[in-house]
Design a protein around this ligand. Structure first.
Ligand code: BG6
Length: 475
C-alpha cells in the first residue's frame, strides 16, 4: 500500500507578488519586491525582469486556476499582496479593489473544488512602510500588518480554511529588505538586528494568529519557515556542534518560539553572551504565549540541504558562532548534484526534516513549497521537463516514507509551482511551473500558457494518491 490518505491536500503554491504583474493597477502600491535591488545568486549573470508584468497572473488567474483544477489540485496556496490591500501600508482604509480581487479568486477556487491556503505576507510589504518606518524593525509596522490581516480575514471569513501568517519568517534576519522591509541601522550590529528582528516578526506572527482566531475561529492557522537542514561537514564533534548551532538559530528558532510561546534558552544565551538586550514588552510576551496555544499546524518550504563546518580558521567562540550564522561559504555536499543555481538536490533530506520536525513539535506538518528551478525553452509548444519529474519523483517517494513508514502526520504537499513566475531574484530564466508562460527576459511575447510534460505527470500522481510515480505519460 503506497497511497497517501484520501484527504491529503495535494496541490501547489505561488507567491502572487512574483507572478501577478499589474503592479500599479486597481490602486495597488509599490512593495519591497517591486523596488528590490537584486544581488545575483553566486555565479549567476544578472538578468532581472521588472515586476510590471511578471507572468501576468493578475489577468490570467482564472485560466491558471483552470489548469490547477485540470491537474486535480485539492489545495492551492497563494499570497494576498499586502500593497494591493493597503497600498501605502499605513492607509486608514483598505483598497476595495484589492479585497474584491482576492475574494473573487477564493470564490473561483471554491467553485473548482480547490481549498485556498492564504499567505498573509510573502515578500510584499508596502514600500512606504520599508522606507518611512524601516519595516518590521519598527513596532508600528506590526500594527499595520495586524490591520492588513484583519482586513483580509474579515473579507474572506467562512471561505478560507487555511492561513499562513508569514512566508519564511526565519529568513527575515538574513534577507531583511525583501522578507521584512528592513535596512540595518548603522548603529546596530548584525547580531542585534538578528535578535530584535527575530522577536519582532514573531510578535507579528502571534498578532496575526490572534486576529484570525478572533474573526474566524474555524480557520486553521500555521506558522511557516524556509527550511534547509544543515549537515556537519564531517563527523568531527566541532562540525557537529557548528551544525547544531546553525540548525537551532536558522531552522528551529521560529518554530520553537511559536510552539512554546517563549524565547528558548539557547537564544537567551546567544543574547547574553553578546550583551544584547531587546525590546520585548510584557504585552507582547503575553500575546506570543497566547498565540502558541492556538497554532494549528507548522508549514515549511523545502528545496535543498546545506553543509556546515566549524571554520577552523576562527578560534574565538563568539566570533565563530557569528561566522556560522552569517558567513555563507556555500560548502558543497559531495553526495548530491545541484541545479544550475547551485541548489543541491537531497530528497531524503525532506524525509529527515519531516521526521525531525514532527518529533520535536508533535504538530501536523504541511509542505507548502517544494520544487526545482530550471532554465527551459518552449519548442513546438512543448517543454519536456524530465528533470523536474525526476526531482518530484524522489521527493514524493521520501514523503511517502516519512508518512507511511515513519508515521509523520502530514496534511498535504504543495508543489512550487503551478505556473511560471519570476524567481525571488526576479529571474524569468529560473522556471518552476507545471505550466510554461511564454515570455522572455526582455520580450513579453504573448504570455500564453503551455502545460509542460510534468503537468500530466503530476495529474497522474494526484489521481493515484501518490501511488503511480512512473515517468510515463502521453505528451
Ligand atoms: C522560497 C520563496 O524561498 O523559495 C519563494 O518562498 C521563492 O518565493 C522560492 O520563489 C524559490 O526561490 P527562488 O529564489 O528560486 O525564487
Amino acid at each position: 500500500m503506497s497511497r497517501l490518505k484520501e484527504d491529503f491536500l495535494w496541490g501547489g503554491a505561488l507567491s502572487n507578488v512574483q507572478a501577478e504583474g499589474a503592479y500599479l493597477e486597481d490602486g495597488k502600491g509599490l512593495n519591497v519586491y517591486d523596488t528590490l535591488e537584486v544581488v545575483p545568486e553566486p555565479g549567476i549573470a544578472p538578468m532581472f525582469c521588472d515586476t510590471a508584468v511578471a507572468t501576468d497572473h493578475y489577468h490570467h488567474y482564472k485560466e491558471d486556476i483552470d489548469y490547477m483544477a485540470e491537474m486535480g489540485f485539492k489545495a492551492y496556496r497563494f499570497s494576498v499582496v499586502w500593497s494591493r490591500i493597503h497600498p501605502m501600508g499605513d492607509d486608514e482604509k483598505p483598497n476595495e479593489a484589492g479585497l474584491a480581487y482576492y475574494e473573487d479568486m477564493v470564490d473561483y477556487l471554491l467553485e473548482k473544488g480547490i481549498e485556498p491556503v492564504v499567505s498573509l505576507v510573502h515578500f510584499d510589504m508596502p514600500d512606504h512602510l520599508a522606507k518611512a518606518y524601516n519595516g518590521f524593525l519598527n513596532k508600528k509596522v506590526i500594527d499595520f500588518y495586524e490591520k492588513h490581516v484583519e482586513s483580509v480575514v474579515e473579507r474572506l471569513k467562512g471561505k478560507v480554511k487555511y492561513y499562513i501568517t508569514y512566508n519564511e519568517i526565519n529568513l527575515a534576519p538574513y534577507h531583511p529588505s525583501l522578507v521584512a522591509g528592513v535596512h540595518k541601522p548603522d548603529d546596530m550590529s548584525q547580531e542585534e538586528l538578528f535578535a530584535q528582528l527575530t522577536v519582532n516578526v514573531e510578535v507579528a506572527h502571534a498578532k496575526a494568529v490572534e486576529t484570525i482566531k478572533r474573526i474566524d475561529p474555524q480557520a486553521q492557522v500555521g506558522g511557516m519557515l524556509g527550511h534547509a537542514p544543515f549537515y556537519p561537514l564531517t563527523c568531527k564533534s566541532e562540525d557537529i556542534i557548528a551544525a547544531d548551532f546553525k540548525n537551532k538559530m536558522h531552522n528551529y528558532l521560529p518554530f520553537d518560539i511559536m510552539t512554546s510561546g517563549e524565547l528558548p534558552e539557547y537564544f537567551l544565551n546567544f543574547m547574553k553572551q553578546r550583551d544584547i538586550s531587546i525590546d520585548f514588552n510584557e504585552e507582547e510576551r503575553r500575546i506570543v504565549k497566547s498565540a502558541s496555544l492556538k497554532l494549528d499546524y507548522l508549514a515549511f518550504s523545502y528545496y535543498r540541504s546545506n553543509v556546515q563546518s566549524s571554520f577552523e580558521d576562527i578560534e574565538d567562540l563568539t566570533e565563530l558562532e557569528n561566522a556560522i550564522l552569517f558567513d555563507n561559504r556555500g560548502i558543497k555536499n559531495p553526495h548530491y548534484q545541484a541545479n544550475e543555481w547551485g541548489w543541491q538536490i537531497d530528497s531524503e533530506g525532506l524525509r529527515y526534516s519531516l521526521v525531525d520536525f514532527y518529533h520535536r513539535y508533535h504538530k501536523p506538518l504541511f509542505i507548502v513549497e517544494n520544487g526545482i528551478g530550471i532554465d527551459e525553452k518552449l519548442v513546438n509548444g512543448k517543454v519536456y521537463d524530465d528533470e523536474r519529474i525526476s526531482y518530484y519523483q524522489k521527493h514524493i517517494t521520501s514523503i511517502k516514507r516519512a508518512v507511511l513508514h515513519d508515521g509523520v502526520d502530514l496534511m498535504g504537499y504543495l508543489a512550487w509551482s503551478p505556473i511560471d513566475f519570476l524567481s525571488s531574484h526576479k529571474e524569468i530564466r529560473k522556471r518552476y511551473g507545471f505550466v510554461y508562460v511564454n515570455r522572455d527576459f526582455e520580450d513579453l511575447l504573448d504570455l500564453k500558457r503551455y502545460p509542460k510534460k510534468s503537468f500530466y505527470w503530476y495529474q497522474k500522481v494526484i489521481q493515484t494518491q501518490g501511488e503511480d510515480l512512473e515517468n510515463q505519460v502521453d505528451y
